[in-house]
Design a protein around this ligand. Structure first.
Ligand code: SF4
Length: 695
């Protein structure tokens, strides 16, 4: 709908991995963004937007935008020129590296940036600063899915099928995904399929809005997904639902898997998970009898110290049914951020180089070094994961940090450790457009553009590469993240490595850097994205059609066969005991996005959900004398906090749920457990033990 005196610019929402299509409305007289219109022609979301997407434009010209560099003096931020801010950064970065070595500096990136910026973060850390310490907030988001897919399928792309095919799916097995709240515009595909008779099975400790519409709700104890998935595999095998021809031809380890899940009878599975036997059996029959099924999951199963095992086991359900690589079937994870893939295949992750190459592979180092124009000997070795960077700060090995597009002072687990780390740093630079909780710790804050003030590409949850368009010029003196990395590169005497004039030049270099890797973007150009409404990676050449459906003929493993997992049962990092008798789990609400630094500044969203709360069953609350709206003190081995009680029967009686979008005294992550998955190094946000009392 074109309004008089306004321009409509076609782009995508800045928040979650759905990347809903929208037009931004720009008032031509005032040059202010005044609203959005949905894009009905965008094939993935067909004009749907959630409350966050409808209001996302309000952050662009927001009063609280940081518009000038800020330098902390005597504990207070004062405005500075870019020259002053960059002088200070150059002086401190050089001093720290001279005194403590290159690895004294570190970079903490983010996945809400464009592909171009995600790619540059890895290059900036390794080729400009020369440090091994680079990681990003995707570690808290997608890393277990990445590890699980790589180990099982040999290539990690978020979805093996394009979203519009979901309409033709017969059964959805959804584990640890509250899709209706976290990726609301996906639900339309599920409804379309439901209208044609599709079934839904939802595994979640809470009866979320997604679980409420399921045919079977598997209300498992937090942290028992591996057992539930093993129990499902057991039944698929025992009941004769395995596609033997597919498994024999396309999978390794079938006999070993059979043995591994032999003991996971419905009775044993029920004992561990707390789910009724009948529900487990019913779910297996529905899933096993469906001709086309998709296994979908999200942070609920991934943010665990068993996250990779969970992903591998649930993915195996799709493999045993012979579903991966076929129409309207497969496996998918819901990526949390705008560019949910933007770290793994771009080289922002501690051990990854562009194209999903490994930094431990000498050939990969040689190739990427040649694209970057550096000596391979200069390439640092692998660093450590996001949470572990704060251990390195504690040990005095990391002395300075540059945080971009991320707010770990809210989103990391065991927050006191993170806050101590920020306080201990000799020098902290934060690029942000709002005064986030992380920015408050900074010595220098650099004002960065919002998503509407720059152009580039992102990769949505399907693996489709799409265009983000510039709507207006940057507010105040803000610069884009790539411009900021460029000016710092110049100050660090590495300007020749960052000789870019626009995002297209960066994208073209990234295409080349990814060429020949598992995540090959080489054939994707801005022109093709415009003409084809996005292009799916891998796409190795300009005449390649892209890959909407993954693994049609073979998997990404050396022999082309999927690797079924052999998993031994183990407990979560913490399980309830006498002292801490309950489970604590955390998650999202529809009105807020991640650490909330944008959505907490959006009036409508704050009206809907102004503060976090402790959600619990009335039967549990009554044991503690708690009432709806009263106050409860939650205590874990890390910390304690007070919250308002919210009673609902839509949660297990042994579990307390708290949403995590708030900082400081409202930050539930002071309580969460940093137990890490041994492969993905994902912290266990979704399971810890807690005790409580009336406050
Ligand atoms: Fe779409 Fe996600 Fe934005 Fe909501 S937050 S409008 S679902 S991209």
């Amino acid at each position: 709908l074109q309004h008089e005196g306004e321009k409509l610019i076609s782009t995508h929402c800045c928040y979650c991995g759905m990347q809903c299509g929208m037009h931004i409305r720009l008032d031509e007289k005032t040059n202010k963004v005044v609203g959005v219109e949905p894009r009905y022609d965008w094939p993935v979301t067909l004009g749907k937007l959630c409350p966050k997407g409808v209001t996302a434009y309000q952050t662009i010209d927001h009063d609280e935008r940081i518009t000038k560099p800020l330098i902390k003096k005597n504990g207070q931020f004062v405005e500075a020129t870019w020259e002053e801010a960059l002088d200070l950064i150059e002086k401190n970065f050089k001093k720290l590296q001279k005194e403590h070595g290159k690895d004294a500096l570190s970079v903490f990136g983010g996945v809400s940036m464009t592909n171009e910026k995600c790619y540059l973060v890895g290059k900036y850390a390794r080729a400009v600063l020369g440090t091994r310490y680079v990681d990003y907030n995707g570690r808290f988001c997608m890393s277990s899915a990445a590890g699980g897919f790589m180990q099982t399928l040999g290539t990690d792309r978020g979805s093996t099928l394009p979203w519009p095919e979901l309409e033709h799916t017969d059964c959805f097995f959804m584990a640890g995904s509250n899709t209706a709240e976290c990726h609301p515009t996906s639900i339309q595909w599920l409804w379309k399929a439901r209208d044609k008779g599709a079934k839904m099975i939802v595994a979640d400790p809470r009866e979320t809005p997604t679980a409420r519409i399921a045919d079977v709700h598997l209300d498992l104890r937090p942290g028992t997904d591996d057992t539930l998935a093993s129990g499902m595999l057991h039944l698929l095998i025992k009941e004769g639902y395995v596609d033997e021809a597919y498994v024999n031809e396309r999978c390794n380890n079938y006999e070993e898997l059979k043995q591994a899940v032999e003991g996971f009878t419905p009775e044993f599975t029920s004992k561990i998970t707390g789910i009724a036997v009948e529900k487990i059996v019913k779910a297996a029959h529905i899933f096993g009898r469906s001709p086309r099924s998709v296994v979908m999951f999200a942070r609920g199963i991934e943010q665990q110290s068993k996250g990779v095992d969970n992903v591998r086991l649930y993915t195996s359900m799709a493999l045993l049914r012979g579903q991966i690589g076929k129409f309207a079937s497969g496996v998918a994870t819901f990526t949390g951020q705008a560019n949910g893939q933007g770290g793994r295949e771009h080289g922002q992750k501690a051990d990854a180089l562009p194209g999903y190459r490994k930094i431990s592979d000498p050939e990969a180092v040689k190739y990427v070094s040649s694209v970057w124009g550096i000596d391979p000997a200069e390439m640092p070795r692998a660093g450590v994961s996001a949470y572990e960077m704060f251990d390195e700060i504690e040990e005095g090995r990391i002395r300075g940090m540059h945080v971009m597009c991320s707010n770990p002072a809210v989103s990391a687990p065991n927050l006191q450790h993170i806050w101590n780390g920020f306080n201990k740093l000799d020098f902290l630079v934060v690029s942000d457009f709002f005064m986030s909780e992380t920015a408050e710790f900074a010595d220098v804050i650099l004002p960065v553009t919002s998503w509407a003030e720059d152009e580039g590409t992102t990769t949505n949850l399907e693996g489709r590469v799409i265009r983000i368009r510039k709507v207006k010029d940057p507010i105040g003196e803000s610069k884009t993240d790539w411009q900021i990395m460029k000016v710092i590169a110049e100050r660090m005497d590495k300007g020749h490595l960052f000789n870019y004039n626009n995002p297209r030049e960066i994208f073209d270099e990234f295409r080349l850097a990814s060429k020949g890797g598992k995540a090959d973007y080489y054939g994707i150009t801005y022109e093709r994205i415009d003409q084809e409404d996005g292009v799916f990676w891998p796409c190795p050449s300009e005449d390649h059609p892209g890959t909407p459906t993954m693994f049609k003929e073979k998997f990404g493993t050396p022999d082309g066969k999927a690797i079924l997992p052999i998993v031994n049962y183990r407990d979560s990092g913490e399980v309830p005991d006498e002292e801490y008798p309950l489970y604590l789990t955390t998650g999202r609400v529809v009105f807020h996005f991640l650490s909330g630094s944008q959505t907490r500044r959006t009036e409508f969203l704050m009206q809907q959900c102004p503060v976090p709360y402790a959600e619990m069953h009335p039967a549990l609350a009554s044991q503690y004398g708690l009432v709806n709206g009263g106050k409860v003190k939650l205590m874990t081995r890390r910390s304690e906090m007070e919250l308002e009680v919210r009673l609902t029967k839509a949660i297990r009686e042994d579990t307390v749920f708290v949403p995590y979008h708030w900082g400081k005294e409202l930050a539930v992550n002071v309580l969460t457990n940093p137990a890490l998955d041994p492969v993905s190094r994902m912290p266990e946000f979704k399971v810890c033990s807690v005790k409580m009392k009336k406050a």
